[in-house]
Design a protein around this ligand. Structure first.
Ligand code: NG1
Ligand code: ZN
Length: 547
């Protein structure tokens, strides 16, 4: 039929590389850009099929995030704006690895049948395409367009060079029948940020030196976009560095700063004491840091501490909101708030969150797991230590807040409770509900610091990180390591966990776990203890057990 010949014809133009096995992994397909044309083409087909299946818009993003500039990658945004549903990942793997056009078409036809997708029905499909600033992006974008065009009823809409979270935001907005252009994104962020600033308590303003924020844009798309956002905000003094003139992710960016804990390119002793932040290459990760005198290492304020700051602020608003409230009414208004971490969260941050009385839950590594868990709460906050995270508000709770806000508007306008409700509503608009977003996260951090009247140093003192060490171990088969309990326990090889436990027992505040990486061919080892020497020693001895 027509659909089959269309697929056969277009797919024959994109042959997969020989001898390379591709896997959708934790964050889509990633490889050297020269290997990816056929993969991106095929993911174009997948994104179109996903749109047909759901009757909603999907997204396709071309990026390799914090990886080196010669790499690229591709991932799909589901209609919710979140990551591609996990049960389609095996199909993604199989089509990416199909050796030729006819086997590809066979796989597609079998899948379409299994999923009950009507290729010749009346339904139409739409896929929003985005890419980061990598030079390989424009030719890969063409491949993606061809992929979408291989499904007869599908159209691709090119959103241009965008951050990963911008594309996810657009997909979500579009499916909620909201305006979904880039200017709409900026308008929502800057509008809600301004609302939060208007609600900053009198007398909270920090000293003028604390007012300056210097941002490392990783020489990627984030720096450029932050410049645009900044031009819409007259209230803050944000200076953007590494906004695209240097080499992407080369000695710069959130991943580099978090892993190496050294001063990134473009920063020097003149910046000692200033509040600084780093984005990663596609602007979905955010960390803060500051320089100290006579030290090439930085003080890192990581994703865990951003989460602690957000949790503290939200808890404060909730307690004001629930104060003096008629108990019979308040039952329905009490938000169930939860925080979601992975085993990489610093133990001191978990202690701190529990101390605040919060429910702390752990999931395996990877945003798709954290996001899913956070969505179970009225307000769910999730962060990976590396700076990827956001705050999710349930639809029910948002409408409850809107009702309360309207009531308070008429009964006690301008009261503390009214302000608390307005602040929470603004947070829900500012913080990206689709996926972790460095730009919206940065504006929320800035607004909260102003609210509390805090410097980055005061913020950093919320708790002290336990010394930690991360190592990578090359092994013959990393999947020989099988874990359970959110990756904290090794169940295979048998007996390994007992030996690790015996090692941990030798250290004060010792904690250690291992897991196969989902993005690199290594087993990762993470260790924590009360001194750096102990953390290093524990990590090293467990790494030896793994080798
Ligand atoms: P892997 O390689 O599976 O550890 C890494 C990060 C994740 C996540 C993904 C996707 C660590 C320890 N792991 O996954 O948190 O960001 O990459 O980019 O930082
Ligand atoms: Zn990223």
């Amino acid at each position: 039929d027509e659909q089959r010949s269309l697929l056969l014809e277009l797919s024959s133009r994109f042959s997969p590389p020989q001898g390379v096995k591709l896997s959708y992994g934790t964050a889509g397909f990633r490889a050297d850009a020269s290997l990816l044309e056929s993969t991106v083409y095929r993911v174009g087909i997948l994104a179109a099929l996903r749109s047909l299946k759901t009757g909603a818009v999907t997204g396709l993003m071309i990026t390799a995030s914090h990886n080196q500039i010669s790499d690229n990658g591709v991932k799909v945004a589901d209609p919710s704006g979140g990551m591609l549903t996990q049960h389609w990942e095996p199909f993604a793997d199989s089509i990416a690895n199909a050796p030729d056009s006819s086997s590809l078409v066979q796989l597609i036809e079998a899948f379409v049948k299994k999923e009950n997708i009507l290729l010749d029905g009346k339904d139409v499909a739409e896929v929003l395409l985005g890419r980061d600033t990598r030079p390989s992006g424009s030719s890969l974008l063409e491949a993606a367009k061809q992929g979408v065009a291989s499904i007869a009823r599908a159209t691709a809409v090119d959103m241009g060079v965008v951050t990963t979270p911008q594309l996810h935001w657009m997909v979500r907005a579009k499916n909620k029948c909201m305006e979904a252009s880039e200017p709409n994104y900026y308008a929502q962020l800057s509008g809600s940020f301004r609302c939060l600033l208007e609600l900053v308590p009198q007398g909270s303003l920090t000293s003028s030196t604390d007012d300056k924020l210097v941002v490392d844009g990783s020489d990627g798309v984030g720096g450029e976009k932050l410049e645009t956002l900044k031009s819409m905000l007259n209230d803050t003094t944000i200076e953007v560095r590494n906004s695209g003139n240097g080499v992407l992710n080369d000695g710069v960016g959130a991943d580099y700063v978090q892993k190496e804990k050294v001063v990134p390119r473009g920063f020097d002793t003149a910046d000692v004491g200033l509040r600084c932040a780093s984005l990663d290459g596609d602007a979905d990760r955010l960390v803060y840091f500051f320089l100290e005198p006579n030290n090439t290492r930085i003080q890192l304020v990581d994703g865990d501490k951003i989460m602690a700051l957000f949790a503290l602020f939200i808890q404060e608003q909730l307690s004001v909101l629930n104060k003096n409230e008629d108990l019979t009414v308040s039952r329905s208004h009490q938000a169930r708030i939860g925080v979601v971490q992975t085993a990489y969260a610093n133990g001191a941050s978990t202690q701190y969150l529990k101390h605040l009385g919060l429910e702390v839950v752990f999931t395996p590594t990877g945003v798709k797991h954290l996001h899913e868990k956070a969505a179970e709460f009225d307000i769910g906050i999730y962060f990976e230590a590396n700076g990827h995270g956001t705050i999710l508000f349930s639809e029910t709770y948002i409408s409850c807040l809107e009702d309360m806000n309207n009531d308070l508007q008429s009964t006690s306008r301008g009261s503390e409770r009214h302000k608390a409700a307005s602040r929470l509503l603004s947070v829900g608009k500012l913080i990206n509900q689709a996926v972790g977003d460095a730009l919206s996260g940065l504006l929320l951090v800035e607004a909260i610091l102003k609210h509390f009247g805090w410097s980055i140093h005061r913020w950093n003192e919320l708790y002290h990180d336990l010394p930690s060490r991360q190592l990578k171990v090359k092994v013959a088969d990393r999947y020989a390591v099988v874990t359970a309990n959110a990756e904290t326990v090794v169940v295979k090889p048998l007996g390994l966990q007992e030996v690790i436990d015996a090692e941990i027992a030798k250290y004060n505040h010792g904690r250690c776990f291992i897991r196969p990486s989902g993005t690199e061919d290594v087993v990762r080892v993470y260790a924590e203890a009360n001194t750096q020497e102990s953390a290093d020693a524990l990590a090293n001895s467990v790494a030896k057990l793994v080798e």
